[in-house]
Design a protein around this ligand. Structure first.
Ligand code: SAM
Length: 349
């Protein structure tokens, strides 16, 4: 079904990724639930609820910083199966010093994941789904996301003999296979890329096409009273771009052009691009750290010590392994980064 849509013409890479992940009922994120230990991949909220607990502490610290308003609005981008939302709401409920109404907004593209989220969060009140960030207009907004930006469709551009080409996907009727093809890049794209990256020092560019619009919408919310943005994702902050696109099929690396609609396609976020767009919108980057440092500053080790006292054998082993996976530089600790943006300089942790 997805391949039949591609057969007719050359498809830009970002459109191809959108087809594979979102556009049709056979697309990856529109089908069954792939999250968690039984699924295709495990994200930090599925490793241990201690991850979301730490985010709740961060939310609490921000709530204190803005002088404890009567109401806060948490807006999660790309909430997956709703695990992080569930655990954040459950932790916040336990904090005695957080006495305010909490509205939780979910920004989700997949119809099937929206259903999963609705089931998961059914016991909580004040849960809302939004489909247009531009229409969201609340003060006291805490925008959060985990592995949201790495799931955005990207374009790839390649420089050969000083000429820039864009990567497309097409169906080869002779070999009956999908293949990549490079066509000379359109001038308007090169103009857009030049605003972010220095093309003299780069030979390869990855460019999520919807990013600018998303960051502009987030920035608009951040200009409202007491609103902050925190995102966690895997990637770097570099003025140089690399080819990082990958497909994961049944927990293993696979080829982008194989297992269409059955594999997850991601790339490593270049925070340089996000930071540049936020700075253009005159916002302050108040923190950029690796996940390990961020979670340790919030007290994950102390929380682990406390929780360990009540655990034995297998449960203790599982928690020890989970915390190590979140913190160890060779695992998620260094590869994952945390970016926090606000409209003026403040210190939260
Ligand atoms: C890799 S998953 C991460 C899920 C979850 N945050 C986690 O950590 O387990 C990416 C999520 O972003 C959603 N998503 C991707 N692009 C989106 C867009 N443009 N608008 C809203 N949601 C989007 C996907 O449907 C999915 O829920």
């Amino acid at each position: 079904m997805i391949i039949s849509k591609i057969k007719k013409k050359f498809i830009p890479l970002d459109t191809f990724i959108d087809f594979c992940l979102y556009k049709f009922k056979h697309s990856y994120y529109q089908k069954k639930n792939y999250f968690g230990h039984k699924g295709d991949f495990v994200t930090a909220p599925h490793i241990s609820s201690i991850f979301s607990e730490m985010l709740s502490i961060w939310i609490l610290l921000f709530y204190k910083k803005i002088n404890e308003p009567k109401e806060i609005n948490i807006l999660e981008l790309g909430p997956g199966d709703g695990t992080m939302a569930y655990d954040i709401l459950s932790s916040l409920k336990k904090f005695k010093f957080l006495e305010c109404k909490i509205n939780y907004y979910l920004f989700e593209k997949s119809i099937s994941l929206k259903k999963t989220q609705k089931n998961k969060l059914s016991k909580y009140k004040n849960i809302h789904w939004i489909s247009d960030l531009n229409k969201y207009n609340k003060n006291n907004s805490i925008i959060i996301s985990n592995e949201f930006f790495d799931a955005l469709p990207i374009k790839q551009f390649i420089k050969k003999n000083k000429v820039w080409f864009e990567r497309f996907v097409h169906y080869n009727n002779k070999s009956n296979k999908l293949e990549f093809i490079e066509l000379i890049a359109k001038k308007n794209f090169i103009k857009k890329i030049k605003k972010i990256y220095n093309l003299n020092i780069n030979n390869f560019i990855e460019f999520p096409t919807v990013l600018e619009n998303l960051i502009n919408n987030i920035s608009k919310i951040l200009k409202r009273k007491n609103s902050i943005f925190l995102t966690i994702d895997y990637g770097e902050n570099s003025e140089l771009c690399n080819d990082t696109l990958q497909a994961i099929y049944k927990n293993k690396k696979s080829h982008i052009l194989q297992n269409i609609g059955n594999s997850d396609i991601t790339y490593q976020v270049n925070f340089y691009h996000l930071i540049k767009l936020f700075k253009k919108n005159k916002l302050q980057i108040i923190d950029f750290a690796n996940q390990s440092k961020f979670l340790q500053n919030l007290g994950i080790k102390e929380r682990f010590e406390m929780a360990s006292k009540n655990l034995k054998n297998l449960e203790l082993k599982q928690l020890t392994e989970s915390v190590s996976r979140l913190l160890h530089p060779g695992q998620m600790g260094a590869l994952f980064k945390v970016l926090i943006v606000y409209n003026k300089k403040i210190k939260i942790i």
